[in-house]
Design a protein around this ligand. Structure first.
Ligand code: HEM
Length: 532
């Protein structure tokens, strides 16, 4: 690290290639005399099998594509840094918060969720907001969305959700839209998705720009300080450019006129020196406070209202450099919720717990084997030293005789770091092993209503109009009716507006689960650490 604790190493320096003005070679470094003509037996004869130059060129081309991400396939990214406003040692030992003014390099990728890699940017969809912090204690990935809650409460349901969201399997349509029967069929049978559905039908799902989106870690995480004390935490990114959306007519026209609208906007702003910035805010609360809330903080379909736990601004992210190479960086970057560093830990949110498995697992096939952490955009600035060896595309040239532990022959083998290393928070858990969900997970509507009522009249009209538009494209009447029945549990005005637009009666509301009022909020002792 440079003075002030600011890491300066750019992992990409090692692999940047600028070949302008250099001689053309094969992949073996052999200079190529003629890059226009294959080797033929006579000018009008067959091509010679021995033309290794042609064969190498075609073979490489034939293998240029890798699988797209199973979700979030379409995205755009940029480099930048996180600057800490204040030292947060009382709350967390995480390296980015070690010192006021400290800068941590990062790479951020924004994405749509449902569409394919070539789909349009301005469709109605959730947006991914994934940040990779390259800290001196390893990479920390905050893999979030622009909406603070999620459709489902348990990782067990994710493959079904995504199968319903993506193109219908028999005809591969629609490419990037929530306007189809399978999506609405699924969510109408999954009342826990109601809160997120309201956000998705709101203007939040058609952002004006990636630069004008909020970002949320969604799950409850833990912060852990050097003494091993822990608080719960929610992460929020707030755009300094303001939070702005398109209106639906603009979004629909842009989808036809410029499929790259958001990609172009981010790229051009950075090229022009208009570096976008987001403030990182934390909602910090204790386990005791969490136990007093009317909702379960392990339920990712719920947010923690800022009236209950205010947002503490702790630093800002600045995106100030476009990638050199879209494929090498934006496409090959591998974010993973399992990438945490000392000072951050998981909660038992059952959606988060499943995510911890899925990202590394999918990347083994997407990026070809177990060594994709060596791809420069993924490789930490912290040294990587362990006994893992071999596998496809291994780059590291690990030296020495010993690659096992314990050993008495190794000499220079890495040693485990003990208390200086990552230590899981020793949460006490003594429960029966069961399938099911906690009682408060059954409240599906009170926060949906809270969100609807927090919107202005114009925004409420947009939500009703979006439900109407999307549902008129659903062909199965029973599916439409089920969605309106769920809305009747949220708000009679909303359900009435959507039902009228569809020309149907409001069906009887779905049976209500628990629907409790919010308790009074007592500020956490940790909050007094902050004056701002
Ligand atoms: C991407 C799984 C829930 C945000 C992905 C990918 C998978 C996945 C397999 C593709 C990764 C890759 O190919 O590199 C899951 C599972 C979930 C879940 C199993 C639930 C159990 C969520 C939630 C959020 C989220 C709740 C937001 C908080 C993202 C983002 C990306 C992504 C932002 C794109 C990362 C990038 O830009 O490369 N997810 N996901 N996912 N997921 Fe999830």
């Amino acid at each position: 690290p440079a003075p002030g604790g600011n890491p300066t190493t750019d992992p990409l320096d090692r692999v940047r290639v600028d070949a302008a003005g250099q001689r053309l070679t094969t992949n073996q470094g052999v200079p190529v005399a003629d890059n226009q003509h294959s080797l033929k037996i006579g000018l009008r004869g067959p091509t010679a099998m021995e033309d290794f130059i042609l064969r190498e060129k075609l073979t490489h081309f034939d293998h240029e594509r890798i699988p797209e991400r199973v979700v979030h396939a379409r995205g755009s990214a940029a480099h930048g840094y996180f600057e800490c406003y204040r030292e947060l040692g009382a709350l967390t030992r995480a390296a980015p918060f070690a010192q006021a003014g400290k800068r941590t390099p990062l790479f951020t990728r924004f994405s749509t969720v449902a569409g394919e890699r070539g789909s349009a940017d301005t469709v109605r969809d959730v947006r991914g907001f994934a940040v990779k912090f390259y800290t001196e204690e390893g990479n920390w990935d905050l893999v979030g969305n622009n909406i603070p809650v999620f459709f489902i409460q348990d990782a067990m349901k994710f493959p079904d959700l995504v199968h319903a969201v993506k193109t219908e399997p028999h005809h591969g349509m629609p490419q990037a839209s929530s306007a189809h029967d399978t999506f609405w069929d699924f969510v109408s049978l999954m009342p826990e998705s109601t809160h997120m559905l309201l956000w998705q039908m709101s203007d939040r799902a058609i952002p004006r720009s990636y630069r004008t989106m909020q970002g949320f870690g969604v799950h409850t995480f833990r912060l852990v300080n050097a003494a091993g004390e822990s608080q719960f935490c929610k992460f929020h990114w707030t755009p300094m450019q303001g939070t702005h959306s398109l209106v639906w007519d603009e979004a629909a026209k842009l989808t036809g006129a410029d499929a790259d609208f958001h990609r172009r906007d981010l790229w051009e702003a950075i090229e022009a020196g208009q570096f976008p910035e987001w403030e990182l805010g934390l909602q910090v609360f204790s386990e005791e406070q969490a136990a007093s809330f009317a909702f379960d903080v392990l339920d990712p379909t719920k947010l923690v209202p800022e009236e209950l736990v205010p947002l503490l601004p702790v630093g800002k992210m600045v995106l100030n450099r476009n990638p050199d190479n879209f494929f090498a960086e934006t496409e090959q970057v591998a974010f993973c919720t399992a990438h945490i560093v000392p000072g951050i830990d998981f909660s038992n949110d059952p959606l988060l717990q499943g995510r911890i498995h899925s990202y590394l697992d999918t990347q083994i096939s997407r990026l070809g084997g177990a060594n994709f952490h060596e791809i420069p955009i993924n490789s930490p600035i912290a040294p990587v030293q362990n006994n893992q060896r071999d596998g496809m595309h291994r780059q590291a040239l690990n030296r020495g005789r010993v690659n096992y532990e314990p050993n008495s022959l190794g000499g220079g083998c890495p040693f485990q770091a003990g208390a200086a290393g990552f230590t899981s928070f020793p949460e006490r858990v003594a429960e029966d092993k069961v399938r099911g969900s906690a009682e408060l997970f059954a409240d599906h509507y009170s926060q949906a209503r809270l969100f609807y009522e927090s919107q202005s009249a114009v925004e409420q009209n947009h939500i009703a109009a979006a439900f109407r538009f999307e549902l008129t494209r659903v062909q199965t009447p029973a599916v439409r009716a089920r969605v309106v029945a769920a809305l009747a549990n949220v708000h009679p005005v909303l359900a009435g507006a959507v039902a009228a637009g569809l020309g149907i009666e409001i069906p009887p509301p779905l049976p209500l689960a628990t629907d409790r009022p919010m308790p009074e909020y007592a500020p956490s002792p940790a909050l007094s650490l902050f004056s701002r």
